[in-house]
Design a protein around this ligand. Structure first.
Ligand SMILES: [Zn+2]
Length: 435
């Protein structure tokens, strides 16, 4: 089986940016022919063997398969919100060839059995790559560490108690040390639960106006500072999940300047929206950490721009309509993100926050580097490829999402730029207008 992608702008951050054709054979990249190498180009475009599939990527962007290192697939246990299958379809539709799923399922992914179950299910579905993140502590309760060696052998690519912070600093220190010994990345959900307790949105002018209990922004940065201190103490790397405040960006920037092994991610909602969205969208704009102020949003953009924030991840968090209808204080935290992430992130390029290659890097090479995954458009590598049409304008229609859930504040938004093809190991798992 051969597939030829012709005429697209190949963006492989740090390696290549230009017009080229790609030939895919047996699931791998067999040839990359730059525009101008006419002899070679003729050779590739003249291949007329039966069964060869051609994709004209003229005017489009061809990138390494995008990686979302922070999603909640909800299975096992919460299949009414999302299943591994519906989550994989949403990922493919959103341009992602790889997703990492967080362990706060039921049961929690704190055992080999759950890790193996997720991997077996994903293999059966055979759409995008699903890489399980196992829990830091048993039951994500922050009391007893999990057995990381067995979890790693079973296929876990990182550990995190995401959804819950590890409040006990002594336990977090041990977690970082053990993860370091096993070369397993540790991902930290930073939140001082005592300080945040009872809040449903950012503490500030909007929460006062709405009469809703607030969460002060420092609930996040206090724990970011603690994890930076623990990383310095142990020499272990730590990755900060869903960074949302100016204080956290400043702390991570200072730590990186000192050479601390800290990396960080943010999500599209944190550079797109502010707490004002809660007035308009109610629980559809409720997430943890909460949307911040315009000052926070600008700091996130600066952090992306200067390299303080390494990764854009969605924190795709499906919930049923009934749950979100409970209203602001009672509704669960989180919004879905897989099917709007690329379009929202492309706005950073339009606004001059990031160049296109830097954006692609934060959605492919950087998460791959943190998780030690293969990535990049190089001959001989797995053909995990995303094709984006930067000029395709559309209106977000949540009803048409592949995800089982509809909890997004972006329904009805007019966006420009959209993934039109997702390829995993040489197989097309999503093509605009076809599946
Ligand atoms: Zn989290």
């Amino acid at each position: 089986m051969q597939i030829r992608i012709t005429g697209g702008r190949l963006v492989d951050p740090g390696h290549f940016d230009g017009i080229a054709d790609i030939l895919i054979e047996d699931g791998k990249i067999a040839a990359i022919i730059e525009s101008g190498q006419t002899g070679e180009q003729d050779r590739v475009s003249n291949i007329q063997r039966p069964g060869i599939q051609n994709f004209d990527a003229s005017g489009k962007i061809v990138t390494p398969g995008l990686i979302d290192m922070h999603v909640h697939l909800r299975e096992p246990g919460f299949e009414y919100k999302e299943t591994i299958e519906s989550g994989c379809r949403a990922a493919a539709h959103g341009g992602f060839s790889t997703v990492c799923c967080m362990p706060n399922t039921h049961p929690v992914n704190d055992s080999r059995q759950v890790t193996e179950y997720i991997l077996a299910k994903a293999a059966e579905i055979n759409l995008v790559r699903v890489l399980p993140v196992a829990a830091i502590s048993k039951g994500i309760e922050g009391k007893t560490l999990c057995e990381y060696e067995g979890l790693k052998q079973a296929g876990a690519v990182a550990v995190s108690d995401d959804g819950n912070p590890v409040m006990n600093s002594r336990l977090m220190r041990s977690a970082l040390e053990r993860a370091k010994d096993l070369n397993l990345p540790a991902i930290s959900h930073c939140e001082d639960i005592n300080l945040a307790a009872g809040g449903a949105m950012n503490e500030g002018v909007v929460s006062k106006k709405l009469g809703i209990a607030g969460i002060p922004g420092v609930s996040e940065s206090i724990m970011v500072l603690r994890d930076i201190a623990l990383s310095e103490l142990t020499g272990a790397a730590v990755h900060i999940a869903h960074v949302s405040t100016a204080g956290s960006v400043r702390a991570i920037r200072d730590a990186k300047a000192r050479g601390v092994r800290v990396t960080a991610e943010t999500a599209p909602h944190y550079f797109t929206l502010t707490e004002d969205a809660v007035s308009k969208c109610g629980s559809q704009a409720k997430m943890n950490p909460p949307l911040g102020t315009e000052n926070d949003r600008m700091a996130i953009c600066e952090g992306l721009s200067d390299g303080t924030i390494d990764v854009i991840a969605t924190d795709h968090a499906p919930h049923s309509s009934e749950e979100k209808a409970l209203g602001l204080p009672a509704a669960p935290n989180g919004i879905i993100g897989l099917e709007t992430s690329v379009s929202l992130s492309l706005k950073l390029v339009k606004d001059g926050v990031l160049s296109l290659p830097r954006l692609v890097e934060k959605m492919s090479a950087n998460p791959a580097g943190i998780l030690r995954l293969e990535c990049g458009l190089r001959v001989g590598r797995r053909a995990d490829i995303t094709i984006i049409d930067p000029d395709l304008s559309y209106t977000v229609d949540a009803a048409g999402f592949r995800s089982l859930s509809r909890n997004t504040p972006f329904d009805g938004w007019h966006l420009k730029g959209k993934p039109v093809l997702t390829m995993v190991g040489g197989r097309i798992v999503y093509e605009e207008g076809i599946n």
